[in-house]
Design a protein around this ligand. Structure first.
Ligand SMILES: [Zn+2]
Length: 246
């Protein structure tokens, strides 16, 4: 029934990356350079439905209010509708989905029915570096300005440049909290990555150590082109001007 129509279906990039892996930056660079499709974050979509107060939003809000997770059913429905919107005709980047094995299997079915071709991108990062970077952040409790002890320190240690307030470490930036979030991410994600691998979905693992965001993006585009998921021209010779940051 559902022919996989290899070579024609638009690519659906399933993007994974732990907190601090630069996933948001990568999604943006990919849509600007080698993928002609939207970056769809299920978290953003849910927030939009909730503020619009539509049927999906009301259902999701009721669950969240009751301290429950938004069900697989709601998230799956959201993604399925999004896939059928006209701007996804050339592909899409999914961010924050799937989060469960059930969602992963529903997704593969949705894509097969539509002849869309999935690929997984996993941004690997050194957890010690993430911990060092995030735990080095300080925030001004008065004006909200963020500082980094390494890359963007205040002029006077511990003091906000703008208003002289004493800087604080946000709860989210405490080392134990970061380590717990990274552990939770692994627990949630590793089984899903394994599931996709076993299902034969092309998986690109990118180790971002020491590379600029542009270099990482280029590596991903080359791999996608190599697997025939995007036209070769958009991989190797994509119209990206090399702007090196950092
Ligand atoms: Zn301040």
């Amino acid at each position: 029934m559902t022919s996989q129509s290899k070579g024609t279906g638009a690519p659906v990039i399933i993007l994974f990356g732990s907190p601090g892996s630069g996933k948001g930056t990568q999604a943006k660079l990919l849509t600007q350079n080698c993928l002609r499709g939207p970056h769809v974050s299920t978290g953003d979509m849910l927030r939009r439905h909730i503020s619009a107060g539509d049927q999906i939003g009301d259902k999701a809000e009721a669950l969240i209010r009751a301290g429950k997770l938004v069900s697989d059913e709601i998230v799956n429905e959201l993604v399925e509708k999004r896939l059928d919107e006209p701007d996804c005709g050339n592909g899409i980047i999914l961010d924050g989905y799937p989060r469960t094995l059930n969602q992963a299997s529903v997704l593969l079915n949705m894509l097969a029915i539509r002849g869309l071709r999935p690929a997984v991108i996993y941004l690997m990062v050194d957890y010690e570096k993430i911990v060092a970077r995030l735990s080095g952040r300080r925030q001004c409790p008065v004006c909200g300005t963020l500082y980094s002890l390494k890359t963007n320190p205040p002029k006077v240690l511990g003091i906000c440049d703008l208003d002289g307030a004493t800087l604080v470490t946000r709860e989210d930036d405490r080392e134990e909290v970061i380590r717990e979030r990274l552990r939770a991410y692994d627990l949630q994600t590793v089984p899903i990555l394994n599931y996709f691998r076993e299902a034969g979905v092309p998986t690109v693992e990118v180790n971002g150590a020491g590379a600029t965001p542009e270099e990482i993006m280029r590596q991903i585009c080359d791999s996608l082109a190599g697997s025939g998921l995007i036209p070769a021209a958009m991989g190797k010779n994509g119209a990206v001007s090399e702007t090196r940051v950092g």
